[in-house]
Ligand binder design. Structure first.
Ligand code: B12
Ligand code: SF4
Length: 605
């Protein structure tokens, strides 16, 4: 290559040495998009890169001027890589020598790809930004719909495609975002030979690499088996992005739109988790995050107790050992569900005592912690409509009945907030078959959250039928223009509430609101259509919500009648009582007679 390669939409990729590296390159080269590798500014930076369009990259550059700076090992390989890359590396090291393998940053690919290279293996989370939340915000902002992350992913693929030795090697893509390439049929454009869906530990994956190393043809797409037990899962022994170490696979609540729930429910052994934590520290990581769909199932998988009654002692013991590992300075939570906070509030308190001192998250306006620290797991709220919840996630709130979902959310959020947990909560807008009544029910719940002074960072996203899920073939809203006034109100109300306490001083609520009006005048009204107008005015504060309600321009949320924890506990099936912890109070044994006597008093009156 003599001339620099211009990747779509922007930056210039530097020229490549046509002879390749002096040692002939590595047999198998592993990489991931730069925006999925970086980890020095917390989870938020990656989530923002996934959601903001490329033309807003300047905002990120100003906020994080050093975001592109990465650390190298002496041989030029990457000092840290997403956990997915590390596990592919570990899986392959069962068969290949360490000097056959390398994991490198995308900008260093040409230092490792040479005439000897037979496979370039890419791990990616979200290469095209067509997943929930990521897609919707970029499409709202318009003209260039390409998220920053997707831009960098394409740039990486362009570099691989332009490599002078491209004919000699196969490009195999894996990771949770591989399906996006399959579904958009971007194989040729991105120069991908094969997309693997499933885990690298699988024997099928090894077989695929064997074929690629021999130069044999590969199928375009391969589904490989997930290990069925704890022993089948490998652990990283070097540094991972954000210090991600897996804690569980699968979930068990069976939401129809969910991908990870399709995997077997496994909680991974503590000694292996701790080994990976120590390996991260040894390789210079100061932060750890346990990857899970629901942290609360750990220690309670395939025991005599149903997984939705958390194992308090096991969880507190695991997290204590992690944050007390010498060298671990920061710990962040990944995903959880909310019902366990109602089931065992004391667990939440004990975990707060253990985890808050090492949390890098500060919510100065919300936290009662002396240093204003907070915990912010990602929790799915999804809908406030019981009708919709029954259809798409009937077990989301177990052990509580799905009819009580709004009460579980409110009560759970109360317990969490009291203990300085301020979760990011996802909502799905535009579910297939969603009616105005469903959206109103969700708005009622959102207004109730506001009325009660509770805080969750509400992240609404448009329904995306994810590959392989039981809703794969269903279609909801596909473009922001199709959103109804109520759906827009829900989106904008969530964001208005998120900006309430003004946590991001650099984005400042006022700037957002004034900016949003400007953007609307400039292009959003054309892009998002007339249904967007009043909700946007509500968001901007240009007209008060009361006035908009009076004018009939927005829906006025109705107060919800909700159950207290005591009432929720009383509603459990008697066979579940044995799993409740008495020290949380509200146990049915002393409660049931009160219900009866109150009911009797009411009857007599
Ligand atoms: C930690 C995490 C994050 C972190 C850190 C991510 C990182 N770069 O390290 C943060 C918070 C930043 C994040 C952000 C986002 N995430 Co995320 N995240 C996770 C989580 C909890 C764990 C990921 C992980 O490291 N797992 C452990 C590793 C080992 O698993 P793995 O990567 O899947 O790798 C295995 C296989 O996929 C395979 N494999 C991986 N790579 C390769 C490569 C080859 C060649 C082969 C053969 C195999 C292979 O082998 C590995 C096992 O051996 C998952 C849920 C989950 N349990 O997986 C969600 C998850 C992956 N995220 C998800 C989403 C939607 C997002 C966001 C888009 C959310 C948003 N709107 O902001 C962003 C996108 C970020 C971006 N850069 O674009 C979805 C993915 C949905 C999809 N793509 O279809 C998931 C599944 C969550 C969910 N419940 O839906 N995420
Ligand atoms: S609770 Fe979350 S992880 Fe579990 S099945 Fe539902 S969406 Fe998936």
């Amino acid at each position: 290559m003599s001339s620099p390669l211009k990747a779509e939409n922007s930056s210039v990729v530097s020229p490549v040495n046509p002879k390749g590296p002096a040692d002939g390159g590595r047999l198998i080269v592993l990489t991931a998009p730069l925006t999925e590798v970086i980890d020095h500014a917390g989870y938020f930076i990656q989530m923002a890169m996934a959601s903001l369009p490329i033309w807003m990259e300047g905002v990120m550059n100003r906020k994080y001027p050093k975001w592109k700076e990465v650390e190298h090992n002496e041989d030029g390989s990457a000092k840290f890589m997403p956990a997915g890359v590390r596990l592919v590396e570990k899986s392959l090291s069962r068969e290949y020598r360490s000097d056959d393998l390398v994991a490198c940053f995308p900008d260093d690919l040409d230092k490792f790809i040479g005439p000897r290279t037979r496979v370039v293996a890419v791990s990616t989370h979200n290469p095209l930004g067509v997943t929930f939340a990521a897609g919707v915000y970029t499409s709202m902002f318009g003209s260039s719909k390409m998220p920053i992350n997707s831009h960098y992913a394409r740039q990486m693929f362009a570099r691989i495609k332009a490599n002078p030795f491209r004919e000699n090697f196969k490009v195999i893509v894996g990771g949770s975002g591989g399906w996006q390439i399959v579904q958009t049929d971007m194989y040729d454009e991105l120069s991908v030979d094969c997309v693997v869906e499933g885990r690298s530990e699988s024997e099928d994956t090894l077989e695929l690499f064997r074929r690629a190393v021999k130069g044999l043809e590969l199928p375009r797409q391969v589904d490989v088996k997930h290990p069925m037990d704890r022993e089948g899962i490998l652990f990283p022994d070097t540094r991972t992005t954000f210090g991600v170490v897996e804690m569980t696979t699968g979930c068990g609540r069976r939401c129809k739109f969910c991908v990870p729930d399709l995997n077997p429910q496994i909680d991974l052994p503590k000694d292996k988790i701790m080994g990976a934590v120590r390996a991260n520290v040894r390789h210079g990581n100061k932060q750890i995050s346990l990857a899970t769909e629901d942290m609360f199932i750990w220690g309670q998988v395939h025991t005599d107790t149903p997984f939705y009654f958390p194992n308090r002692e096991a969880l507190v013991d695991l997290y204590s050992d992690i944050v007390n590992t010498p060298g671990v300075e920061q710990h962040v939570l990944s995903h959880s569900t909310i019902a366990p906070a109602v089931v065992d509030p004391l667990l939440i308190k004990q975990l707060s005592d253990v985890l808050l001192p090492k949390s890098p998250i500060h919510f100065p306006y919300l936290s009662s912690h002396p240093e204003k620290k907070a915990l912010a797991p990602l929790i799915g709220l999804e809908t406030g409509s019981v009708r919709m919840a029954k259809q798409i996630m009937s077990s989301k709130g177990v052990p509580f009945a799905i009819e009580d979902w709004p009460s579980v959310v409110l009560e759970g959020l109360r317990v969490l907030n009291e203990n300085n947990w301020f979760p990011a909560m996802t909502l799905i807008v535009g579910n297939p078959g969603e009616t105005d009544e469903d959206v109103m029910a969700t708005l009622d719940l959102v207004y109730e959250i506001e009325r009660r002074g509770l805080f969750g960072f509400l992240v609404p996203s448009i329904f995306t039928p994810l590959h392989d899920t039981r809703m794969e073939k269903e279609r909801g809203v596909t473009q922001t223009r199709q959103l109804t006034p109520l759906q827009w109100q829900l989106m904008m109300k969530c964001w208005k509430m998120n900006l309430r306490p003004g946590q991001y001083s650099w984005w400042g609520p006022l700037a957002w609101r004034v900016g949003s009006l400007g953007m609307w005048l400039y292009k959003l009204r054309r892009l998002n259509g007339p249904n967007f107008t009043w909700p946007l005015l509500m968001f901007s504060g240009a007209v008060s919500e009361k006035n908009l309600q009076r004018m009939g321009k927005i829906y006025e949320g109705k107060p919800l009648k909700v159950k207290t924890r005591r009432e929720l506990i009383a509603s459990l099936k008697p066979r579940d009582w044995q799993y409740l912890r008495a020290d949380n109070g509200d146990t049915p044994i002393d409660y049931v007679p009160q219900v009866q006597s109150r009911a009797m008093v009411a009857d007599i009156a």
